[in-house]
Design a protein around this ligand. Structure first.
Ligand code: SF4
Ligand code: SF4
Length: 430
């Protein structure tokens, strides 16, 4: 891959007028206040890489790698520069010049193989349940983990035993009159870490007249690979998933994960697959992809059951960057919460600000990630909510860690889980 030929590198760098608007909104720059980690600094650095004025070495990767890929700068740039895409392109270029065994193993071998990924989650569950994790912590064995991983391994606690796929049928018939046939892109994080979200998704969709099909052998959407400098691997994963879904005749392709829906969007494919043979097939696939909350509100216009016995929850909402910034989806999750019986919705002060989770970021930049998380938790706690709703497994994991860290009694949920509760309640009231 020649990174100089990628559309953002080829077409966008010269559009930067150095206005600094991006700096004023960047969560990382807010904490570090150093131009080399600001979005404007990234644009300048990519320009220097392109012109061979700096070497693609690990020091440059460190600066570029401090970015959360939250896209806040990109949506606020008056020149329309996709800073996060420039950053992803640069990461790949630098990584190609400095490959590492550990990344090959994690992002090429493990994360591209669903059964290996599942097996590793099983081992994590086993380590938790047998107390090995606790023992390793108390003996300080986790201190030997590289980088910030020794501090961050606690974020990965609470791994469930059963994946969603092991409990869900491949074909789920609609309840009542059929309205649509939908393919469910069950992403690896929802499948392995939040199976209850997947079950609620299938339940709510079938309750609303959808036949839900979960194709076999879906692989990762490719976003973790892009964030870690593995663009070629992400291309292969996308091509694999596109072929599987295009072999069906779905009305829509649904996902409940913000990262997956952004990774499967046309905008993203223009960056990843633009100009390649698979481009048309990718766009055909992307036209059908829709985030679950958008589908429930804009297409199905759902009317949840009236059930006065539903417990009253005070719920606030955290905007995942890949939903709010990458896709402009802000209203639908809130609307879904407001339509759910028993939910009292309360807006937090900085809902549309990154929580610092960003996939593997909290594992590689623990201290910085925690500073960003603490601001989010302060804002959420001010609302006095019982629950924080969000639509991204990475945010869910980070926010769960946030409530532990702040010793706050609240739950982290996907809006669809609360909606599903109200359906279950309605059934039990019959
Ligand atoms: S907001 Fe856009 S144009 Fe302004 S400095 Fe940042 S990248 Fe450049
Ligand atoms: S993507 Fe987010 S963290 Fe990265 S430079 Fe832009 S605003 Fe900052």
């Amino acid at each position: 891959m020649d990174f100089r030929k990628l559309p953002p590198v080829r077409d966008q760098i010269m559009k930067c007028v150095r206005c600094g608007k991006c700096r004023s909104v960047c969560p990382v720059f807010t904490e570090i206040r150093n131009e080399t980690v600001s979005p404007r600094g990234h644009v300048f650095m990519v320009q220097m890489l392109r012109d061979n004025n700096v070497d693609p070495n690990s020091k440059v990767y460190e600066k570029i790698g401090s970015c959360l890929m939250c896209e806040t700068c990109s949506v606020n740039c008056p020149s329309g520069i996709d800073v996060h895409e420039l950053n992803a392109a640069a990461r790949t270029y630098i990584y190609q010049n400095n490959p590492t065994m550990s990344k090959e193993l994690i992002f090429d071998t493990l994360w591209t193989n669903p059964s290996l990924l599942k097996t590793s989650t099983f081992f994590m569950w086993g380590a938790q349940k047998t107390g090995i994790q606790k023992l390793a912590r108390s003996l300080k064995l986790t201190k030997v983990l590289p980088g910030d991983l020794s501090k961050a391994e606690e974020i990965l606690s609470d791994v469930p035993l059963f994946s969603a796929k092991s409990e869900l049928s491949a074909v789920n018939k609609p309840k009542g009159q059929k309205r649509f046939t939908v393919g469910y892109f069950l992403g690896c994080a929802t499948d392995l870490l939040n199976p209850n979200v997947a079950k609620a998704t299938v339940e709510v969709l079938t309750q609303n007249g959808c036949e839900v099909i979960i194709p076999n052998n879906i692989k990762c959407c490719g976003l973790p690979q892009i964030a870690n400098g593995k663009l070629d691997t992400a291309r292969k994963l996308s091509a694999h998933n596109i072929k599987i879904f295009n072999s069906y005749d779905f009305d829509y392709i649904i996902t409940d994960c913000a990262s997956c829906s952004s990774a499967l969007s046309k905008k993203h494919f223009e960056f990843l697959l633009g100009g390649l043979k698979i481009e048309d097939e990718a766009f055909k696939f992307a036209e059908k992809v829709i985030d679950l909350t958008k589908f429930l509100i804009d297409i199905l216009d759902i009317k949840p059951p009236e059930n006065g016995n539903t417990p009253k929850y005070k719920v606030t909402y955290h905007d995942p960057c890949h939903l709010a910034n990458a896709q402009g989806i802000k209203n639908q999750p809130r609307e879904l919460l407001k339509r759910t019986p028993g939910v009292e919705f309360v807006e937090m002060g900085i809902a549309n600000r990154c929580c610092g989770g960003s996939g593997t970021y909290a594992l590689t930049h623990y201290d910085l990630s925690m500073k960003i998380l603490d601001k989010k938790m302060d804002s959420a706690m001010e609302t006095g909510a019982d629950k924080i709703a969000t639509c991204c497994p990475s945010c869910t994991m980070q926010l769960k860690y946030g409530i532990k860290r702040h010793k706050w009694k609240a739950d982290i949920v996907h809006p669809v889980e609360l909606l599903n509760n109200s359906y279950q309640k309605a059934v039990s009231n019959l």
